[in-house]
Design a protein around this ligand. Structure first.
Ligand SMILES: C[S@@+](CC[C@H](N)C(=O)[O-])C[C@H]1O[C@@H](n2cnc3c(N)ncnc32)[C@H](O)[C@@H]1O
Length: 265
């Protein structure tokens, strides 16, 4: 898909007109998009708060030493929290250490302790290849730590109608296969770990889901993410966070993200 048809697609979804101008100007140039995302993250405290909370949860499963690799590190914000991660991405930017494709992991067998992925699985075009590769490169007991979009009763209409990435609960395929950052299907993790979980367990018996959590109800949408301005004034943020805390037990119905920890047994 060319940059132009990519624009047309976004225009069709009536998304592009509302994007912040800077993001629009680099739309389709994936390295520039990722560099801009890092700048946005560095200047948007609400986004930092969201990501840090995700990091805190996966940190509990991270060994202190060992070989820990992040896939799809994008703007490289993870380095501000984890000091023991090799940051990789399929798109080369100054913020990553090495270029690695999630469906063809450039590592020896049984060498990694951890694979960290924040919002990456739903961009990988060949999921089966990724899990087979992950199985190959992880040590026994090694883990995949991931935070991914989650399609709940509440989040479905927001993801489906207001987000520029595709959201199709009927397929494990992505939109715009030629694009790493833009091409995706937000529903892939929900299909794999909720809707067709039994199939996942059957396909990968030595990859065991040892932890799952459904969370981030309003704050991500309210933040506008990387692409849009914040939707709520700063003074309302504490109130929103309090409300989210109260609703936390309803994460499965209302959450817009999930944390999934998978261990190679
Ligand atoms: C939604 S961004 C997330 C970036 C970053 N992890 C974050 O927390 O903001 C998805 C990232 O996955 C990367 N990606 C897409 N397909 C990939 C693949 N096959 N292998 C590795 N990374 C991939 C993209 O280049 C992009 O940086």
């Amino acid at each position: 898909m060319s940059r132009e048809s990519c624009h047309i697609k976004a225009e069709k979804r009536k998304i592009l007109p509302h994007m912040n101008k800077k993001y629009k100007s680099v739309w389709g140039n994936e390295a520039e998009m990722l560099i801009l995302e890092r700048k946005t993250m560095d200047s948007k405290p609400i986004l930092q708060l969201i990501w840090r909370k995700w990091y805190e949860e996966i940190d509990k499963f991270m060994p202190e030493d060992g070989l820990n690799v992040e896939l799809g590190a994008g703007g490289g914000f993870t380095e501000t929290y984890f000091k023991n991660l090799v940051q990789t991405d399929v798109v080369l930017t100054p913020n990553i250490d090495i270029c690695v494709d999630g469906s063809d992991l450039a590592f020896k067998d049984s060498i990694l302790d951890t694979i960290v992925m924040i919002g990456v699985l739903h961009h990988i075009k060949n999921i089966d290849k990724f899990f087979n590769e992950a199985k190959r490169v992880l040590k026994k007991g090694g883990k995949i730590l991931m935070v991914e979009p989650y399609i709940s009763f509440f989040s479905y209409p927001v993801w489906k109608l207001l987000h520029y990435q595709g959201c199709n609960l009927k397929t494990l395929s992505c939109d715009s296969n030629d694009y790493a950052r833009i091409g995706s299907n937000l529903a892939i993790p929900t299909i794999l770990f909720k809707k067709e979980r039994k199939q996942f367990e059957k396909n990968y018996p030595d990859l065991k889901i040892i932890h799952e959590n459904y969370h981030t109800i309003f704050r991500f949408f309210a933040s506008g993410g990387y692409t849009y301005p914040s939707l709520i004034p700063k003074f309302l943020l504490p109130l929103l966070l309090k409300l989210e805390k109260i609703l936390e037990p309803l994460g499965k119905r209302l959450g817009s993200f999930m944390t999934v920890i998978i261990q190679k047994i």
